[in-house]
Design a protein around this ligand. Structure first.
Ligand code: FMN
Length: 297
């Protein structure tokens, strides 16, 4: 069994959490240059030429390892994307939102590693059985898409999964500083995946308004917005706060189709800003290098 650092080939076991279709090769390269594992978010992107350009651009900016996230059930182009990544020398991907069984034979055939992202402990042995090199465990406090059912936070989920599998475990959710990083390692994780803290980095392609929404979010400042059968953790802005207080059916008030436009333009009445509970701990927008240096200090 390889360690997480061997799988990633990085100095630090810190993975950039993918954020929807938000991509900037400069951001990916900044994470890798600072010793972490920069990641392209290819969960929904089907434009192979664009993906090829992004991969080439990251490679122009860094010779350090980087990877990509594939969302199994969301993207019919996954197999072709894997070919592009393998051709470019990318060795490790993460997979989320679907059964790893579907795509892992291709990952193996290309000689690549995959870490599978899961939100609940019983999925960990299944991922290991399917050939995952490791699992990314995303606790209830995480930003991004969640389930609508009961979920555990990382204080429970990480040790639970560590006791269930022999492959490396990565903790995702709630980590913004050295305290969270050390806590994740103390719980048995070999590394961390960080979404919201990097979203509010100086180099992040997120809009200024989005970064400011994260920085000004306080304790209890996020909620799970129901989205069909799923839920999205978002920051509570005044409109969302009023709707919650009025007992409105939130699933009828917002469409995830508007999230991209809202997040790009900062119109959070259209769709609230995405962010994890950890937003409450994020007080400033700073460079990726400073974030990583503080995490490992
Ligand atoms: C707005 C937003 C969008 C996200 N989109 C994705 C995605 O497309 N694919 C994925 O695997 N994870 C996604 N995530 C989860 C992150 O990659 C990461 O695991 C998570 O943010 C970790 O929790 P943290 O925000 O507390 O650091 C998203 C998270 C956020 C905040």
């Amino acid at each position: 069994m390889s360690s997480l650092l061997e799988i990633l080939g990085t100095r630090y076991p810190i993975i950039q959490g993918p954020i929807g279709e938000l991509n900037d090769p400069k951001m990916v390269a900044a994470v890798s240059e600072a010793g972490g594992f920069g990641m392209l978010a290819l969960g929904f992107t089907q434009d192979l030429d664009r993906i090829k350009d992004m991969i080439a651009r990251v490679k122009e900016l860094t010779d350090k390892p980087f990877g990509a996230n594939l969302m199994i059930a969301m993207n019919p182009a996954n197999e072709a994307i894997l070919d592009l990544l393998a051709e470019a020398g990318v060795r490790t991907v993460t997979t989320s939102a679907g059964s790893p069984k579907k795509i892992y034979p291709k990952v193996k055939a290309l000689g690549m590693n995959a870490l599978h992202v899961l939100l609940a402990a019983p999925l960990a042995p299944k991922a290991a059985e399917a050939g995952a090199a490791g699992v990314v465990v995303s606790g209830a406090e995480s930003g991004g898409l969640r389930t609508t059912g009961p979920e555990s936070s990382n204080l429970i989920l990480v040790p639970l999964v560590c006791d269930m599998v022999d492959i490396p475990v990565v903790a995702a959710g709630g980590i913004a500083d050295r305290r969270g990083y050390r806590a994740a390692l103390a719980l048995g994780a070999q590394g961390v995946q960080i979404g919201t803290r990097f979203l509010a980095a100086e180099e992040s392609p997120a809009s200024k308004a989005w970064k400011e929404a994260i920085v000004s979010c306080g304790d209890g400042g996020t909620t799970l917005l129901p989205m069909g059968g799923m839920a999205m953790r978002t920051i509570i802005n005044p409109k969302l706060g009023e709707l919650m207080a009025s007992g409105a059916d939130l699933s009828k008030e917002y469409s995830m189709m508007n999230a991209g436009q809202a997040w790009r333009g900062g119109d959070f009445d259209l769709f609230p800003a995405g962010g994890g509970q950890v937003s409450a701990l994020i007080k400033s927008i700073k460079p990726v290098k400073d974030i990583i240096e503080e995490l490992v200090s």
